[in-house]
Design a protein around this ligand. Sequence first.
Ligand SMILES: Cc1ncc(COP(=O)(O)O)c(C=O)c1O
Length: 416
Amino acid sequence: MGSGAMVYGNGFTKELGQRINEAQSLVDSDPLKAASDENFWEVVRSAYRVSDNLMNLNNGGVSPHPLIVEEALFNYHEICNSVPSFHMWRELDSNKDVLREQLSLLAGCASEEIAIQRNATEAIETIIFGLPLKKGDEVILTKQDYPNMINAWKQRAIRDKIKLVWLDFDFPIEDEQAIVARFAEAITPKTKLLHVTHVINWMGQILPVRALSQLAHENGAEILVDGAHSFAQFDFSLHDFDCDYFGTSLHKWLSAPFGTGMLFVKKNKIKKIFPLLASANPRSSKISKFEHSGTRSIPIEKAIGSAVYFHNKIGIERKEARLRHLKNSWAERVNHLPGVSVGTSLKDDYSCGIALLQIAGKEPVDIERRLLKEFGIHAIAINWHNIVGLRITPNVYTLKKDMDRLVSAIQTIAKT
Ligand SMILES: Cc1ncc(COP(=O)(O)O)c(C=O)c1O
């Protein structure tokens, strides 16, 4: 069975599939018009297991997967669980190329440049620990990067005496040139790599990856992109970005099973990167050398194909437009309330679905607690290097009525 094949079990998702096809044929082909068509998004919502009593606005942490992915996962598990070494290893794990191909079409690169990983941490740390660097070499990164990556670079610095050059940003910034200029000022002849978080997870700022790739290459350096929050949230192509390395989770915006990730390595760079977990030929030019992680769940990996299928049913342009529409539908309405501000740019170039809520005089943890206790809304308090607020992250199953409920809760909390 190919990775992308749907594994229908009790027929429930088959009926759901038909409804999605029908909704797809009715929705406007213009993504901006489709973004506000609640009838279409109601059908998308019916494809998810949405909680009746807890509104999930922390999809930035990890996304639930739609029922068709859940069902594929269970079915693959059932197949494997009778004779795992035969069904799981010999049958299901025999051909990853189909999945690589599907992911490469989404990512805009060659399938030979895609490795399947267990999460973004594994993908990105493969580069952090596998890149040849020597004492004195410099890597530029920011204090607003993700903690796992910061820790990995610090460990590498202790081990190999490389120099970490830190930038400290005051986001939001609505000036691509200003961001690029900060990286440019930090470059020296010893700079080997720019570590760039594509979407700052704490508050949703998008960094200009294409311009930063160009900057790195003009200065004889490379770029590693942490795309945990960009992949499958909005439309871009790695080929177009011309980045050298890119790692992402698939259990965030692709809605793939928990514990899935992806690594992209530019074809001509694969050879020089040592795998994090050893393979027989660490100097191989084959991307599969990064996939030797021992026994792992093949059902989880196989069900990624169903997530790609579902994602393509919605379409990345429609998804991107919807996520922006949802963000704007709460952020624009609260931005003018006394004491309330949005700590994220609302311009398309600088954010998509994630934004930060700030209420003067109120601690984010208290806002988080009140939203949960009084309004049944789950969102996450942020306090990290110049970024303080409550991160609000809707998903494709979020409806306008959810955003209305959020806005009304914010109005109450801001007043009392
Ligand atoms: C920017 C960023 N990078 C990396 C990660 C790590 O992702 P994972 O849990 O898939 O390893 C996260 C997780 O939230 C993140 O936000």
